[in-house]
Design a protein around this ligand. Structure first.
Ligand code: UT7
Length: 340
């Protein structure tokens, strides 16, 4: 029997504490006007003390499983995408497995930052098509707030990032499953994954790390090496080029065109990047997810949060042709095309 994968359920979770641009302007030299004009962001969420990235992932996963009608024991495998794990090692997958009270299922952490969710979806699809697993829980979750440098020196990245989580339940279906009424049957269609280490240092976290000695020191913390280091213009320039390119690649692979798309969920990096991609592709505003004004950039969580919102408020319906696309640290860029 030939197998395909489909999204059986989706959920998301944002911590309740809202941090506005004005709140940040109390802490360092910035302004609501600058942040909104350059990024579109109005506010983001920060966790309170005691809440971990795994906690956010657990809440999003429980919502996704409820939507799919799954119990934790139904899950065969966990994929966890994050750049802000609770510990340097082990990865967050095993913490999530424990918190959800699951049996000893495999748990794989993905470290491709902004593209983590799309890489994870492609991985889940490959496992399912191969017959290795039938029910995979994929989560993208981040706690950025504890790693940001909320000072004048760190302001270029401190204003961008927020905390949050999104999760999907990916399940096996027969490849020739009948369509649902007049809607095309729900399945993941194709993916494109790319990376280019030539720009690795244009967006990175220098420390802690074992590429140089020491692993971490007070001097390195004071120098800002534990906060993201970013060449914003280089990221921006490449993102605007790579998003349309990689979306075009998956559409061509499926012999479809931009006009066929019902909905696009770009990684929420900057409202200006999303707008540039939307206008280059000639897509109407209502077909492109944009929620960065509420949550900032939540890296691996941004796509599942935006898709979950669109599914739960009815903008995305079963059978719709949806494209997910991301660009970020690595540089890595990626897209998935699916029938929801
Ligand atoms: O998921 C991928 C993650 N990253 C991204 O997607 C980032 C992509 N890049 C960007 O979004 C933009 O490059 C930024 C929003 C980060 C910056 O916007 P920009 O238009 O490229 O500004 P800039 O870095 O060229 O800085 C312009 C000015 C500078 O002042 P001077 O040198 O012109 O006097 C900065 O010092 O804005 C200043 N600036 C700020 N001012 C107020 C930089 N950060 C801030 C700030 N508040 N937070």
């Amino acid at each position: 029997m030939s197998l395909r994968a489909r999204l059986a359920g989706i959920g998301h979770h944002l911590p309740p504490r809202v941090v506005t641009n004005d709140d940040l302007a109390q802490l360092f030299d910035t302004s609501d006007a600058w942040i909104q004009e350059r990024t579109g962001i109005r506010e983001r969420r920060f966790v309170d003390e005691g809440t971990t990235c795994t906690d956010l992932a657990e809440a999003a996963s429980r919502q996704a499983m409820e939507h799919a009608g799954w119990e934790p024991e139904d899950v065969d495998f966990i994929l966890f995408a994050t750049l802000s794990p609770d510990l340097y090692f082990p990865g967050n997958g095993v913490f999530l497995q424990k918190q959800l009270g699951m049996g000893p299922v495999g748990a794989l952490d993905l470290r491709t930052q902004c593209t983590g969710f799309v890489y994870g979806l492609a991985t889940a699809d490959a496992y399912i098509r191969s017959g290795m697993y039938r029910r995979i829980l994929l989560v993208g979750a981040e706690v950025h707030s504890r790693g940001l440098r909320l000072t004048d020196e760190g302001r270029d990245t401190a204003v961008l990032f927020g905390d949050g989580a999104g999760a999907v339940c990916v399940e096996a279906v027969e490849a020739d499953a009948p369509a649902q009424g007049d809607r095309p049957s729900s399945q993941l269609l194709t993916h494109a994954l790319h990376g280019d280490g030539a720009n690795a240092l244009d967006l990175c976290l220098k420390k802690p790390g074992l590429g140089s000695f020491p692993f971490i020191s007070q001097e390195q913390i004071d120098a800002g090496d534990t906060a993201p280091s970013m060449n914003g213009r280089e990221v921006f320039k490449n993102a605007v080029r790579r998003f349309p390119e990689v979306i075009g690649e998956v559409l061509a692979d499926a012999s479809l065109a931009a006009d066929d798309l019902d909905f696009v969920v770009p990684h929420q990096a900057n409202a200006r990047i999303t707008e540039a991609v939307r206008s280059r592709m000639g897509l109407p505003e209502e077909k492109v997810a944009s929620n960065i004004h509420n949550y900032g950039n939540t890296t691996a969580a941004s796509i599942p949060i935006a898709l979950s919102e669109a599914v739960h408020d009815g903008r995305v319906q079963r059978g719709d042709l949806v494209c997910l696309a991301a660009f970020g640290a690595g540089f890595t860029w990626a897209a998935s095309l699916l029938r929801y």
